[in-house]
Write a protein that binds this ligand. Structure first.
Ligand code: ADP
Ligand code: MG
Length: 620
């Protein structure tokens, strides 16, 4: 074949538009051009493999299905060669000169919808083959179709409006792209630079990817294999590779789905929680792939935020490769995908609990705080998550846990609510003033030790149609006590008078209301939280935070109701004292109030109390 003069072609108008933006935009992620070209090479090999199934007569049929990259640091060139299906002359014009293919088309559509040039847009889409012009002065595409009677062609362009096509000689089957890098991007011809990019995006490509003769993709995409084809060792190794972790996974879930989306997923539950170790907020750790090619290592939009502790890979052939971080946010496909994964994962956890409760307990103790965060923040999964909650309670042994369902199963006939108490430990809750009344009635109380539990309980609000109620709330009707009341009660008239007098004496700033209560067995008085919106525990937490920041805390006084024990000697004495010695009675009333606040951990400032105690002691 004799050398013919190169034919010059104009790019289609739309291509020019894309090229113009690609070349002139300030798109920062230049290295994606390697991902795009390698994935095109992989597509071409895949198509050839497919063709081999039906066609006998294939050009260069003995060639290995592989991708070879060679770089010349000094010359600033990079060559990407595949032995795939190659392109005919018509295909060259069609594929590289017009916009008929997916990624760039979506880009253009978005461009039109957004009313023209927008520099941000380029960041939202990969633009396939054309992305090479971000870094290249000149691109030469040598290609030889798989058809025996085909010819080889050279396509050349500098990305400025035109390209040429001419016949060429001596080509192997497939496509060889020779990239002459722009001066400022010559570093893409460095072995280590390319290797880094390949490892990041192309680790799992089906076909061998060789860089200067050395294979770089040694890791297999085990998530696409059947469960029986993967050994336990391989699962663990892959976890360490994927999550860049040093621990062993506690568990993994490997599943495939065909509807509504094609999904291959491998989801790991790690064995350590870096957030608990004080490492700050964990980043999303489930990577998104499309047929083995990485789309995003840690897409924050894929899964709800509370699932950031899980690691792994999700692969869906339904995703467009060109989807990017920014466009993922509004992608309904990504949403659907995330929905399937999170539902599956929750189901999986419930299954672990059924089959191996010890293992579930380990997961709960390490990652329970994330599940709690989910209950508090993720309405969609709240119900399923609530079944996974575990707590100590007044009926569990110390250190043993119960589910809310376990609590409900033990509820007494006629019990209206699920009760809980917050405090930093079992000891703190059990020595506090609130449990007494529940114990006396044989009512179970859930123990909440963590600040987030308040949000969990208030957001969850109900479990199996039972209200979740803080046991330090006022206005709880607990029903009759099992224990017979000890001693005589103060007559109603005197009691009412005492309550009114105390309310008046203590003043509105200190107490919202004073009533006689049936809850108490041993203490003379009980400070109950009158604030439905905030538990005493949460208030203590908020105060501690304000204090640690040196902020003024005077604007957050506790709203408290005082409940008197009408059988208690001290209360009966006080009823008399207020008429015989009003001054002393006032001191006693205030001290009763402060004592109740101390028990509840709500006393603001003990200094006035000390002075008052001294006054009282003087009277003895
Ligand atoms: P997409 O891959 O989304 O179709 P690209 O811009 O990456 O878009 O590629 C455009 C088209 O060019 C491809 O669809 C393919 O037909 C053709 N092409 C690109 N690279 C190769 C290659 N290495 N071998 C064969 N055909 C290729
Ligand atoms: Mg492509």
């Amino acid at each position: 074949m004799s050398a013919q003069a190169p034919e010059t072609h104009e790019f289609q108008a739309e291509v020019k538009q894309v090229l113009d933006i690609v070349v002139h935009s300030l798109y920062t992620d230049k290295d994606i051009f390697i991902r795009e070209l390698v994935s095109n090479a992989s597509d071409a090999l895949e198509k050839l493999r497919h063709t081999q199934l039906t066609e006998k007569n294939i050009f260069d049929d003995n060639l290995d299905l592989e991708i070879n990259l060679t770089s010349d640091d000094a010359a600033g060139t990079l060559v990407i060669q595949d032995f795939g299906i190659g392109m005919t002359r018509d295909e060259l014009v069609e594929n590289l000169g017009t916009i008929a293919h997916s990624g760039s088309k979506a880009f253009l559509t978005a461009l039109k919808e957004n009313g023209g040039m927008n520099e941000n847009l380029i960041g939202q889409f990969g633009v396939g083959f054309y992305s090479v012009f971000m870094v290249a002065d000149k691109v030469e595409v040598y290609t030889r179709t798989w058809h025996q009677d085909g010819e080889a062609f050279l396509w050349t362009s500098d990305g400025s409006g035109k390209y040429t096509i001419e016949p060429t000689e001596g080509q192997r089957r497939g496509t060889k792209i020779v990239i002459t890098l722009k001066e400022e991007y010559k570093d893409f011809a460095q072995d280590s630079r390319i290797k880094g990019v390949l490892e990041r995006y192309s680790s799992y490509i089906e076909f061998p990817v060789n860089l200067n003769g050395e294979k770089v993709n040694t890791t297999q995409a085990i998530w696409l294999k059947g469960k029986s084809e993967v050994t336990e060792e391989e699962y663990k190794e892959f976890y360490k590779f994927q999550a860049k972790a040093y621990d062993e996974p506690l568990d993994w879930m490997h599943f495939t789905a065909d509807a509504p989306l094609t999904i291959n997923a491998l989801i790991y539950t790690p064995s350590t929680n870096p957030e608990l170790l004080g490492f700050g907020k964990t980043e999303a750790g489930v990577a998104l792939h499309c047929r083995k090619i990485l789309i995003d290592q840690d897409p924050p939009e894929l899964l709800p935020e509370w699932m950031r502790f899980i690691k792994g890979v999700v692969d869906s052939a339904d995703l467009p490769l060109n989807i990017s971080r920014e466009s993922m946010q509004d992608s309904s496909l990504v949403k659907k995908l995330g929905e399937v994964i999170s539902k599956r994962y929750l189901k999986h956890l419930a299954e672990i609990d059924r089959k191996d409760s010890e293992k579930y307990e380990k997961i709960w103790r390490t990652f329970g705080v994330f599940l709690k965060e989910g209950v508090a923040t993720d309405f969609t999964h709240r119900e399923k998550l609530s079944e996974l909650l575990r707590y100590e309670s007044s009926m569990t042994e110390p250190g043993k846990l119960t589910s809310l369902q376990g609590y409900v199963d033990r509820m007494k006939d006629g019990q209206k609510a699920i009760y809980f108490l917050s405090g930093s430990s079992r000891e703190v809750i059990e020595s506090g003033p609130y449990l007494e009344a529940f114990k006396a009635r044989g009512l179970e109380v859930i123990y909440c030790y963590e600040p987030i539990d308040d949000f969990v309980m208030s957001n969850l609000h109900q479990f199996k149609e039972k209200d979740l109620t803080s046991a330090d709330q006022d206005e709880l009707d607990l029903g009759e006590s099992n224990e017979a009341p000890q001693g005589e009660e103060l007559p109603k008239e005197q009691l009412d008078a005492l309550c009114a007098w105390m309310k008046e004496t203590l003043g509105e700033a200190r107490v919202k209301d004073v009533t006689a209560g049936q809850r108490l067995v041993e203490s003379p008085a009980l400070a109950l939280n009158a604030d439905k919106m905030m538990s005493s525990h949460m208030r203590r937490m908020m105060k501690a935070v304000a204090q640690s920041r040196g902020e003024d805390q005077s604007g957050m006084p506790a709203s408290v109701n005082l409940q008197l024990n009408p059988r208690h000697g001290l209360i009966k004495r006080l009823a008399e004292l207020k008429d015989s010695d009003a001054d002393t009675a006032k001191l006693v009333a205030e001290q009763v109030m402060d004592n109740a606040l101390i028990s509840a951990g709500l006393l603001e400032d003990p200094r006035t109390m000390i002075a008052r105690l001294h006054q009282l002691l003087e009277k003895v």
